[in-house]
Design a protein around this ligand. Structure first.
Ligand SMILES: Cc1cc2nc3c(=O)[nH]c(=O)nc-3n(C[C@H](O)[C@H](O)[C@H](O)COP(=O)(O)OP(=O)(O)OC[C@H]3O[C@@H](n4cnc5c(N)ncnc54)[C@H](O)[C@@H]3O)c2cc1C
Length: 395
């Protein structure tokens, strides 16, 4: 039986371990953080295609239970003009749609599913090097320990180490010109239908919110910043300072943005938007990257987590059906690359709209109805959300 070393226990890692187990390959997951990812990040959408991929692994129920259905967005200008609306989900046979959930809850749900199947996740194991030895691969960790297996799967996210081990000249992630912040607020009344995101192209920054079934308002802000902040520098900006900046940015906009920011009392984590639109080399004969390590769409796509889970399922099928590892990896790339790179391109267009200022903003507002007409019921949207990987076919 093949033995896999999986690096990274975010979303792709534990999902890959479950898919490989289903395909008859045993694995251990090695995660750099000393504990699980509880409390990290704000919230995200698990789109219908992500739910469907998790369902193939029989692992979707806890994730769905931790979130709430979100199927539409309504978009507003900063002056309070309704620019358009779009459906952002398809519906599975049993009525399940895309869901929004706290990032930490998605991590926890997937981890618990992996643990319940006897998959081992070792924390405090930061991969620093890997070498091919005797027809296998040896992973070396920062704590001085190592581990050996037949293949190594890099699920170590946007700032992947495995990517550089595969190709030292691999491109670095691209900064998308936006800083993301978000929060959760109780006791502030806002106009919003259940299951609908409201998004505001404000005069100076972009704002989005949805109301959870318990009336908590979940919000995020995307702040244009042309120059990439130095790694770690955002952490030195205090929550009070961010609150003051955000309230200034949204002060002249219609809608509840400034009120929601003011009422948010917890720490405001800020992170730059990075994307990885095209990684030329995804694998060697024994090492491969999947998830954000291979292809990261901007968070605007609402697809990063879902594509990572799809990757996990597809890789499991390829390894099940193709005994030669290199052929399995090549088949995986052949199926996955066109899909993920198309979605990344679509998301990049959304980002350039969010970062628009001045004349570009006026043009964007004029074009918005056409944009939504194209998005709603479009072939593109169906290709994104109605994607299904049939475990019963051969890879
Ligand atoms: C602000 C924000 C909002 C987002 N919103 C959405 C959304 O709405 N919908 C959506 O689908 N996606 C969204 N995403 C993207 C989504 O979070 C990612 O696409 C998804 O988490 C990718 O999963 P992954 O497993 O590839 O990487 P990650 O979840 O980043 O996991 C990588 C793991 O690898 C570990 N690691 C890193 N280096 C090493 C190492 N050297 N050794 C061992 N372990 C290592 C990390 O600690 C981490 O646990 C958002 C992302 C951000 C930042």
């Amino acid at each position: 039986m093949r033995r896999a070393l999986i690096i990274g226990a975010g979303i792709a890692g534990p999902a890959a371990a479950m898919a490989l187990q289903k395909a008859g390959t045993e694995s251990v997951v090695y995660e750099a953080h000393p504990t699980s990812a509880e409390g990290i990040g704000t919230f995200l959408t698990l789109a219908t295609n992500g739910v469907d991929a998790l369902r193939t692994l029989g692992a979707e129920k806890p994730a769905i239970a931790a979130g709430f259905p979100t199927t539409a967005i309504v978009v507003w200008s900063g002056t309070g003009k309704r620019l358009g609306a779009a459906k952002v989900s398809t519906t599975l046979d049993d009525g399940t749609t895309g869901h929004t959930l706290k990032r930490a809850d998605l991590y926890r749900a997937i981890h618990e599913q992996a643990a319940s199947r006897g998959i081992r996740i070792e924390h405090g194991k930061r991969l620093v090097a890997a070498e091919v030895v005797d027809g296998g691969v040896r992973a070396c960790f920062a704590d001085g320990s190592d581990a050996s297996g037949d293949i190594l799967i890099g699920c170590d996210g946007i700032h992947s180490t495995v990517r550089r081990l595969i190709d030292p000249n691999a491109p670095a992630p691209t900064y998308a010109g936006l800083i993301n912040l978000g929060g959760f607020v109780r006791g502030v009344r806002v106009e919003a239908d259940p299951g609908t995101y409201h998004m505001i192209f404000g005069k100076r920054a972009f704002f989005g919110y949805a109301v959870a079934p318990d009336d908590e308002v979940w919000w995020f802000a995307n702040v244009p910043q042309p120059d990439e902040p130095a790694r770690g520098s955002l952490a030195s900006i205090s929550t009070d300072e961010w609150r003051r900046r955000l309230m200034g940015l949204f002060a002249d906009d219609a809608g509840p943005a400034a009120r929601l920011v003011e009422a948010t009392t917890h720490e405001l984590p800020a992170s730059p938007f990075h994307t990885l639109p095209h990684l030329p080399t995804w694998h060697t004969d024994r090492i491969i990257v999947i998830g954000d390590a291979a292809h990261a769409p901007s968070p605007s796509s609402g697809q990063g987590a879902s594509l990572s889970i799809e990757d996990a399922v597809q890789l499991g099928m390829c390894l099940r059906d193709l005994p030669d590892t290199e052929r399995a990896f090549a088949a995986f790339e052949g199926v996955r690359r066109p899909r993920v790179e198309r979605i990344i391109k679509q998301a990049a267009r959304i980002n350039s709209n969010k970062a628009a200022t001045g004349a570009a903003r006026v043009l964007r507002d004029l074009m918005a109805p056409l944009f939504f007409k194209l998005m709603t019921n479009s072939k593109q949207a169906r290709q994104m959300y109605a994607y299904h990987i049939d475990w019963g076919t051969s890879a």
